[in-house]
Write a protein that binds this ligand. Structure first.
Ligand code: SF4
Length: 395
């Protein structure tokens, strides 16, 4: 299979977006955060193409102001293309100035900008080609090199997250295959968070790169075997240009009448749930009071005109399972009463040799099931549903 890093990343985040883009070939509309991100990349390209140590801030600002009016994004709710605002321009100018002031005196040699690469991944009988584009590749002092990828997300990643960032590891594989004279120990891996003006520099071991290769092969195999591409929402939905056709967000873009009607039904549903919970609490309290009275007075039956409460003395049976096992095992019946535990099974899959694991994977059947998750928004705290269930509407 031939695949780009960005398509692979799309599949990992949301299989449905991958399908829209790579299989159905539906052109993606550009959301506002996406066009701002692309514009920052263009500005960085311009600065380093001209050489940051030689270009003035005025030249950069002139470039930004010249290009800015051409930028448009898609407003999904109004279904029209819009231009960025004056406020957006000021934000971009401010962040660029901060970047420039921090980096203008740094002595580095930029080897390439938006360097394209391809790596070959050998998987038993198949060969896969993974391609990518590296934002910037610099030569530092003392024969060191640095891969830099710009990020325009609002959230700043931690050092550990950057150390484990697969995208940088893949870029490392790309650089090492293009420039075999560069050694891994001289290679730095950085993410530059432009909105925070923060660069996080990390390194990689050979083991990191080898495990990244294995993981990509595993993911490519997964894509090839996938038949049903389900949506998987997350923070990246705010950048997604398929929101208007995505079944998760579709309701937001339907007619306001339908939207209002659905909203009212949901409101009514949760109002009744609330009343039901109150009544259930009241029922529990009454039940506790009555059964406490019965236990205290050792009464087995109490009644009114509407019904009765009766205590049925019960005894439950259990066995000494160790002894039962001793009897059933020689009769070859013990295994029959053991239940399949999927968690255990998945753990065991990790422990057995790959050849055996592959045999088991071939036995896997995909079962389509529809379940409806009902979540009361009152149970959502800090974007997370209580009890650690993922908020399905988290964008
Ligand atoms: S909006 Fe989110 S869930 Fe829907 S296709 Fe895009 S990324 Fe996937």
């Amino acid at each position: 299979m031939r695949i780009s890093y960005s398509s692979l990343d799309t599949f990992l985040k949301c299989p449905l977006k991958y399908k829209f883009n790579q299989i159905d070939k539906i052109e993606e509309e550009k959301a506002k955060p996406t066009v701002i991100g692309s514009f920052f990349h263009l500005i960085m390209h311009y600065i380093y193409e001209k050489d940051i140590t030689k270009i003035s801030l005025q030249e950069i600002e002139d470039f930004i102001k010249k290009e800015f009016p051409n930028i448009q994004y898609h407003d999904f709710s109004e279904k029209i293309h819009k231009k960025l605002t004056q406020e957006d321009l000021e934000f971009i100018l401010e962040k660029t100035k901060t970047f420039y002031d921090t980096n203008k005196n740094k002595k580095t040699q930029t080897i390439s900008l938006e360097e394209k690469f391809e790596i070959t991944l050998q998987d038993k009988n198949n060969i896969h080609i993974l391609s990518g584009i590296i934002d910037r590749f610099d030569k530092l002092q003392e024969n060191n090199y640095e891969i830099i990828d710009y990020k325009t997300a609002n959230k700043l990643s931690s050092f550990n997250q950057v150390s484990q960032n697969k995208q940088l590891s893949i870029y490392g594989l790309g650089i090492l295959s293009k420039w075999p004279n560069i050694t891994l120990k001289n290679l730095k891996f950085s993410l530059y968070f432009l909105k925070h003006n923060e660069k996080i520099q990390t390194s990689r071991t050979q083991q990191d790169l080898d495990s990244t290769k294995e993981e990509i092969i595993h993911q490519i195999n997964k894509i090839e075997k996938t038949k049903a591409f389900h949506p998987n929402c997350g923070w990246y939905c705010s950048y997604c240009g398929y929101k208007h056709i995505c079944p998760i967000y579709k309701n937001e873009y339907c007619s306001s009448k339908t939207k209002e009607e659905t909203k009212q039904l949901i409101e009514e549903y949760f109002k009744i749930i609330e009343e039901k919970e109150k009544l259930e609490n009241k029922l529990d309290q009454l039940k506790t009071k009555i059964s406490n009275y019965m236990k205290k007075t050792k009464t087995l039956l109490v009644k009114s005109n509407s019904g009765f409460f009766k205590i049925n003395p019960q005894s439950t049976e259990t066995y000494n399972w160790i002894k039962v096992r001793e009897i059933l095992k020689p009769l070859k019946k013990w295994n029959k009463i053991l239940k399949v535990d999927l968690n255990n099974f998945n753990q065991i899959l990790k422990e057995i040799p790959e050849s055996e694991r592959e045999k088991i994977y071939k036995l896997k059947k995909e079962k389509q099931e529809i379940t409806i998750q009902v979540t009361n928004t009152k149970n959502i705290q800090n974007g997370q549903v209580k009890d650690n269930i993922k908020n399905p509407l988290e964008g």
